[in-house]
Design a protein around this ligand. Structure first.
Ligand code: PRX
Length: 664
């Protein structure tokens, strides 16, 4: 465990005394005005959450709000609820009348080449039903796992909701992951069906997902059927290239064309699994985070309504890919359960030009925009001129997620994108928490650039020290001290790891988030990054051990230690220290080869920025690699305490060598 980097954050706190009150025009029409909500919710969180749950459509009411046998929670015990019904049907039917959403746009999509599609709630309803029937016809039953590996197209949302309709469990694997990463996730989940596409567009290039998937499929015996979306109808080359296996592979549009228009929704239990989403931890093996139905939906529904202040006329755009939790909670389930209009865009922000996002905001009149600090810092680097090429006056609220946002990026976002009139909500949460945990509420919270402010009502968040004592004003570890509806329930097929990772630091009833934070005089949270061996590279969560296992898999490598180095744009960049086997010599070619090997094993998101060869790695006497020292070296900082090193000379040598390679 890395000690908290307190000095760095103290610096931020000392500098940062800007305050932003919610603009009065915004405040007047905000969904939430009630300052007392925090106290009310804190006094009785179960009643608070039950109030939200009651706003959803249940097939059978629950008998008990919470059953908490630490660290296992059941919310809305014995309640029956279907997520697809809540995201689609009820907007088409139940809310009929003057406010009916039947013909309202549910999804507005633009592909990277500029092709577009709009699905009304009724269109979405029809497609989800048909797709649910497709899955049933292929033999998918309640509880079966379905893997999804797709570009950001509307069919991806239809696929997830189709699974939810029949009680199947989706496991979405980000399209940027490699074939091997896809294979591992399919194998762990023992998925029966894979849904993919022939390709997707990214920066003008075709990303051939089906071809990658075929490599994975060579080693996934549980997969019985593969459903393939044809990205450009009538143009696929898969058949000619031998990438379409008759009997196993099916075209999405052909199955849909034969599929009946209505599928009876499954009466899923509140605690039935809705999805598994794999995320990185401190070992080489990704964790299958398990989310269930009733509590998860309650959490995302409530937070979407209050954090984004969603209104019926909003056009809401969250730029996350659906392969990440942000896409699950705030592209699909949160906004659709609220009946919002969701905009999605397939491609890169700089294609064909660096003003693509701003042009999209203008073209579709986007009013709520939610993105990551990495993206914001990239836009800053590109310069404000690009932002001026489009009319951004439709925006009324901005959000940030995925990593700490530095005050300068926050200010830039506020000024140049939000025109100084839009509240900025910096939202802290995790794959594990399911929904937003620490965040401003835009109509009531005074924000401070760089702070995620305070816990959402009904959430008990604290900063604790090593011993589990509350830190009132200072730094420590982020903890959640009461269960919440959208919390993960376990790790798929590994409950022991669930207990050990999250509920063992201070006891079985306190959740250890793995983040460091400092609280200021107002009790505001200032996040300082991970305190475990998890990196956050461009908002993507990657385990140091995962990258290390990929590197040592290369035939030339004996040992490797990976650290995240502070990076101006990406937040962190991956630096690998590598010891070669006898008979191999360091070279530029080998650097390239090892980097490519990591891309092949995990995906390009894990490509190391730098590889440094070393005859030895610094270790403690018990043989543990001293990552903190390596990080200091990578960042060119002065060395810390090296007295616990087995061979302190090693570290000095590494430092000198690194500085030399940096040209410093
Ligand atoms: O370190 C925190 C950081 O991202 C981690 C969770 O990553 P993931 O599960 O991939 O989910 C990302 C999207 C919710 C956290 O442990 N993180 C996320 N949001 C913030 C953040 N750090 C600081 N400020 C945030 N707003």
């Amino acid at each position: 465990m890395n000690p908290l980097n307190q000095d760095q954050n103290l610096e931020v706190l000392l500098q940062e005394n800007r305050r932003f009150l919610p603009p009065s025009s915004f405040q007047k029409s905000a969904n939430l005005h009630d300052f007392e909500i925090y106290e009310k919710a804190a006094n009785d969180p179960e009643t608070f959450w039950a109030g939200w749950a009651r706003k959803l459509d249940w097939m059978q009411p629950w008998k008990k709000v919470l059953e908490w046998k630490p660290p296992h929670a059941k919310w809305f015990v014995d309640g029956k609820i279907n997520a697809s019904v809540n995201c689609v049907d009820r907007h088409v039917f139940q809310d009929a009348g003057p406010n009916a959403k039947r013909n309202k746009a549910a999804i507005i999509w633009e592909g990277e080449p500029g092709d577009t599609r709009t699905l009304t709630y009724f269109d979405l309803y029809r497609e989800v039903n048909q797709f649910a029937n497709v899955l049933r016809k292929l033999g998918v039953k309640k509880g079966d796992r379905v893997a999804i590996y797709m570009p950001l197209v509307p069919e991806l949302m239809v696929a997830c909701l189709g699974c939810a309709r029949i009680g199947a469990v989706h496991s979405v694997v980000f399209g940027g992951f490699s074939a091997e990463a896809l294979r591992d996730r399919i194998q762990d989940a023992e998925a029966k069906v894979l849904i993919t596409a022939d390709f997707g567009w990214r920066r003008g290039q075709k990303i051939s997902l089906k071809k990658m998937a075929d490599q994975a499929l060579a080693e996934t015996p549980t997969i019985q059927h593969v459903i393939v979306v044809e990205r450009e109808r009538g143009h696929s080359t898969l058949h000619n290239e031998g990438h379409f296996k008759e009997g196993r592979d099916h075209w999405w549009h052909e199955l849909m064309a034969q599929s009946p228009a209505y599928a009876e929704p499954e009466e899923t239990d509140a605690e039935d699994m809705l999805f598994i989403l794999y995320t990185s931890g401190t070992t080489g093996k990704p964790k299958g985070i398990v989310h269930t139905t009733g509590g998860y939906l309650t959490g995302v529904y409530a937070t979407t309504q209050w954090v984004f202040d969603l209104k019926d006329q909003d056009v809401y755009w969250c730029t996350a890919d659906i392969g990440w939790i942000t896409g699950h909670s705030y592209v699909i389930y949160g906004p659709l359960s609220n009946g919002a209009t969701v905009f999605i865009y397939e491609g890169a922000p700089d294609y064909p030009d660096k003003d693509r996002f701003w042009k999209l905001i203008e073209k579709y009149g986007v009013s709520v925009f939610y993105t990551a600090p990495t993206a914001i810092r990239t836009f800053m680097k590109w310069g404000v001129d690009w932002t001026k090429r489009a009319d951004l006056s439709s925006l009324r609220l901005l959000g940030s997620v995925g990593e700490p946002i530095n005050p300068e990026a926050w200010m830039w976002y506020h000024e140049h994108i939000g025109g100084k009139r839009c509240p900025v909500v910096d939202t802290w949460w995790q794959t594990e928490t399911g929904s937003i945990m620490i965040t401003p509420l835009p109509g009531i919270t005074t924000t401070k650039p760089g702070s995620a402010t305070v816990a959402f009502p009904g959430i008990s968040a604290e900063v604790l020290n090593e011993k589990g004592e509350r830190v009132e004003n200072g730094g420590g570890y982020v903890a959640i001290t009461k269960p919440w509806p959208s919390m993960l329930r376990t790790l798929y097929k590994d409950d022991a790891r669930y207990v050990k990772t999250y509920w063992s630091k201070w006891g079985k009833d306190i959740y250890f988030a793995g983040d460091g934070a400092r609280r200021d005089d107002d009790g505001y949270f200032w996040f300082m990054g991970r305190v475990d061996d998890v990196m956050n590279v461009a908002g993507h969560r990657i385990g140091t051990m995962e990258v290390e296992s990929a590197i040592v898999d290369h035939p030339s490598v004996a040992e490797s230690a990976v650290v995240g180095k502070n990076h101006e744009i990406k937040g962190q960049a991956i630096i690998a220290f590598v010891t070669l086997k006898e008979g191999f010599t360091p070279s530029e070619d080998l650097v390239k080869e090892i980097k490519n090997h990591v891309v092949k094993k995990i995906g390009s998101l894990a490509r190391p920025e730098d590889i440094l060869f070393s005859a030895d790695l610094p270790k403690t006497r018990s043989g543990k690699i001293m990552r903190r020292l390596l990080r200091d070296i990578a960042e060119g900082k002065a060395l810390g305490d090296t007295t616990t090193l087995a061979d302190p000379a090693v570290i000095q040598r590494l430092k000198a060598q690194y500085e030399e390679s940096e040209g410093g």
